[in-house]
Design a protein around this ligand. Structure first.
Ligand SMILES: NC(=O)C1=CN([C@@H]2O[C@H](COP(=O)(O)OP(=O)(O)OC[C@H]3O[C@@H](n4cnc5c(N)ncnc54)[C@H](OP(=O)(O)O)[C@@H]3O)[C@@H](O)[C@H]2O)C=CC1
Ligand SMILES: CC(=O)C(=O)O
Ligand SMILES: [Mg+2]
Length: 759
């Protein structure tokens, strides 16, 4: 666990630009025209449109994606009434989380006003700016009045997140923890420490989900809330108990099944945890210091199902798992409110997600490889990329079903795809790859069948419906590894190529290879020996049509794979070389870069083959090749070395392919700036064209180019290496490939195999 120190936290907030958020323009602003459109005089037109038709504000402004996080600083985390301005770091933090998890823009607004009436008036006056209002860290009981009034007076979603966000997450956690503990909500005895904004609403939702009022004991700063206490607020009265045998937390905790803490740090002792019933559920959610630390609770007894509000321990119960997606869903249907139906839909969507297999990206962030539903994982992690699609869609649908949606969604697949794209989880290219592969799933051999990345990729590719995986390797070991990783191999074939039962197949493959390569010094015995190697055996499966595509490369060196591929399947007719391309999906656009992996020092003929293969591959992805041949100088300025080489390649390519948009040699900056290129070199075949492909003079340059882009902008998606030029779909990943990278290449291999079949 990372220990967070005061120094580190202050340094984080101060470093670079103070604070955590900034405003970023979304329209061009560099030219005089852009500025006249963005501001006066052009801006007057949308103003007048909105005056005529108020709903068009959603069309011409950011209102529909803009949420106000508003606080008066009276209950900031568990720090209490620290004042509006002191709460600003929390509100900025929510702005950051809204943006990174939900793609929602936020203005944080700190209102220095404790009087509920005046506070509401201030919010009502600024509400036209926003598509939604997230009230935050406002103390009870004022928060209940404030939210109720604003819900009535405003026609946009208003939600006090400490009440409802917390209630949604902790209810999802409770349903799942009860399942793990083998208990029923209607039977469990619940102790709630705290009777403020969060505690009251969480407990109300527990009751709505089936908990019995008579099984609940609630405490505030004065102890157990009993009905004979004077001056109880309306909310506290609802939970006041007649039971007189428990007045203190210590007494209340005895034999309790569930403890929910939304009060203050360190109010629970180890003894109290020990006095609870079997498999106790302890949600110690006070921030930043929980009611009891994770370590102490786990030390008190081993059967505790423990959650805190902190991100540095398992089972974080924090409203961050809800608010970005609840507002996302509400905004996307232009909802007039966030109602009970939408909240319950969010509870179930979150609870269900924790039971699904965890995507690799989540395991990577937490540096584990087997997060599975159980005592240490019954709430999805905040970084889970599926939260946005599952929770937002559930909320949006519930808004529609309950009649508060003003703009219904009709195509849910398109909606979810759009969300993934918006969050940079999937780009157009990846999406269309998967969609195409899914239409024609093929049999793909995973040569390194025992490697965890390959097993996970095979399972994921199978779940995605893009292929029928075949894992090569010792079946017992693969099954053992899959069990360790908690992966389900149903529908995945395992071929143990060294087993006696594969002898006949090895011999058959050996005969075919020996015959094919008889003039290259091969005989049957040698070929038969080779069939004990994954590369030979697996590629022979593809060569004989017993599989459709082959994939390797997470730990096997390319040099060996390349040699075997040339022998077993060979290079395409009319070519002497093959190579690889990477697709780079950046904010600027999609670029195809070659040769990134195979030919270290290509000569003229190799570069011509790479260029032709790249042009073909670009067409394969339904794009038109617009190719720049990259060097460090432009159009004959330098007459030696690599510029000369590229110069000659371009001359011959242009002569042989009069319609191909290819030109060079040119420097990379010129390739990327077509306006400067057109002005300075009007004679180019690429005149007026935005280049989408770059061929480099050698492997170091091409390989560094795509890695440099990825390094500078990690959000850029890189797909590759994509093999071009072998006769059959033999594809490579590389040593650093993630599961996602491998599945991307599987999708390419599947399409490649399909296209090969129908040619
Ligand atoms: N993990 C999460 O997602 C979230 C966590 N929280 C945390 O919950 C806590 C409360 O927040 P919130 O509801 O917004 O604040 P409120 O100010 O509205 O409520 C605080 C409540 O805690 C009670 N309290 C204070 N001291 C004690 C004590 N020693 N024993 C029992 N109860 C006590 C107060 O009692 P009284 O009524 O007598 O004053 C009050 O009812 C904070 O620590 C906050 O960080 C809040 C929201 C989300
Ligand atoms: C998480 C949160 O909202 C709080 O602690 O107040
Ligand atoms: Mg809060």
């Amino acid at each position: 666990m990372v220990k967070i120190t005061k120094e580190a936290a202050l340094e984080y907030h101060e470093a670079g630009r103070p604070g955590k958020i900034e405003v970023v323009p979304t329209k061009p602003y560099r030219t005089q025209t852009d500025l006249s459109l963005a501001y006066s005089p052009g801006v007057a037109y949308p103003c007048l449109e909105i005056q005529d038709n108020p709903d068009s504000v959603y069309k011409y402004t950011d209102k529909g994606n803009l949420v106000a996080v508003i606080s008066n600083g009276t209950a900031v985390l568990g720090l209490g009434d620290i004042g509006a301005m002191s709460g600003k770091p929390v509100m900025e933090g929510k702005g950051l989380l809204f943006k990174i998890y939900g793609g929602v823009d936020v203005f944080d607004i700190e209102v220095d006003e404790k009087d509920p009436e005046k506070f509401c008036e201030a919010v009502e006056k600024i509400a036209p700016t926003f598509g939604g209002i997230n009230l935050e860290d406002i103390k009870a009981p004022e928060c209940f009045y404030i939210e109720e009034r604003l819900k009535k007076t405003l026609d946009i979603p208003v939600m006090h997140d400490d009440q409802h966000g917390t209630a949604i997450i902790s209810s999802a956690g409770l349903l799942n923890a009860l399942e793990v503990a083998g208990k029923k909500i209607e039977d469990v005895k619940i102790v709630v420490s705290g009777a403020g904004a969060a505690a009251i609403m969480c407990t109300k939702l527990y009751v709505a989900l089936g908990a019995k009022l008579e099984n609940i004991l609630m405490l505030d700063s004065k102890g157990v809330i009993t009905s004979d206490r004077p001056n109880l607020t309306e909310q506290k009265k609802f939970f006041a108990t007649e039971r007189r045998d428990a007045h203190t937390l210590e007494e209340a905790m005895k034999d309790a099944d569930v403890f929910l803490g939304l009060s203050k740090g360190n109010v629970v002792s180890k003894e109290m945890i020990r006095s609870m019933a079997k498999n106790p559920i302890v949600f110690a959610c006070a921030n930043p210091i929980p009611e009891i630390s994770y370590e102490d609770a786990m030390d008190a007894r081993p059967d505790v199902l423990m959650s805190t509000g902190r991100s540095d321990y398992p089972n974080q119960i924090n409203n961050v798992i809800g608010f970005p997606y609840i507002f996302r869903g509400a905004l996307d249907v232009n909802a007039s409110a966030i109602n009970e139906e939408m909240k319950i839909a969010a509870v179930h969507a979150i609870a269900d997600l924790a039971k699904q297999p965890v995507p690799d990206v989540v395991n990577q962030v937490y540096k584990v490889n087997n997060l599975t539903f159980g005592p240490d994982y019954f709430i999805p992690k905040p970084v889970d990329p599926r939260l946005i699609t599952e929770v937002s869609a559930a909320v949006a649908k519930a808004a529609m079903d309950s009649g508060v949606a003003r703009t219904p969604i009709t195509d849910w697949d398109a909606y979810k795809n759009n969300l993934r794209r918006k969050m940079g989880q999937e780009t157009n290219v990846t999406q269309s790859l998967y969609e195409t592969a899914r239409k024609h799933p093929q049999r793909v051999v995973f040569a390194e069948g025992l490697h965890p990345t390959m097993i996970k990729a095979a399972v994921q590719a199978k779940q995605e419906g893009i292929c029928q995986p075949i894992l090569l390797g010792n079946d017992e070991m693969i099954e053992k590894k899959a069990a360790e990783l908690d992966l389900d191999l149903t529908g995945i074939e395992i071929v143990n190529l060294r087993h006696d039962r594969e002898m006949a197949r090895r011999e058959r493959y050996a005969r075919i290879l020996a015959e094919k390569c008889c003039r290259e010094g091969y005989n049957f015995e040698e070929a038969n020996d080779k069939m004990f190697e994954r590369n030979y055996f697996g590629m022979m499966m593809v060569e004989t049509g017993e599989a459709d595509a082959f994939i390797t490369g997470v730990y096997t060196k390319f040099s060996n794979t390349i040699k075997v591929a040339k022998e077993v399947v060979g290079i395409r007719d009319n070519y002497k070389h093959f190579g690889t391309m990477h697709i780079v999906n950046s904010k600027r656009g999609t670029y195809y870069i070659a040769d990134t992996l195979i030919n270290r020092h290509p000569d003229k003929e190799t570069l011509k083959d790479i260029s032709r293969l790249t042009a073909d591959a670009i067409r394969f992805f339904n794009d038109e090749p617009k190719m720049a041949m990259i060097s460090y100088s432009n159009f004959g300025v330098d007459k030696d070395g690599s510029p000369r080489l590229m110069h000659d390649v371009v001359a011959e390519m242009q002569a042989e392919y009069p319609d191909l948009k290819i030109d060079g040699e040119m420097s990379i900056d010129l390739a990327l700036d077509h306006e400067r290129r057109d002005k300075k070199y009007p004679f180019l075949r690429l005149h007026g064209e935005v280049v989408n492909s770059m061929i480099f003079t050698n492997l170091s340059a091409a390989n560094s180019a795509y890695k440099l882009i990825k390094g500078f902008s990690p959000e850029t998606e890189v797909i590759g290496p994509i093999q071009m030029g072998l006769k059959k779909p033999i594809h490579f990943t590389d040593f650093d490939s993630t599961v996602r990278d491998v599945v991307n290449i599987v999708a390419v291999a599947v399409i490649d195999a399909y296209v090969n079949k129908i040619k």
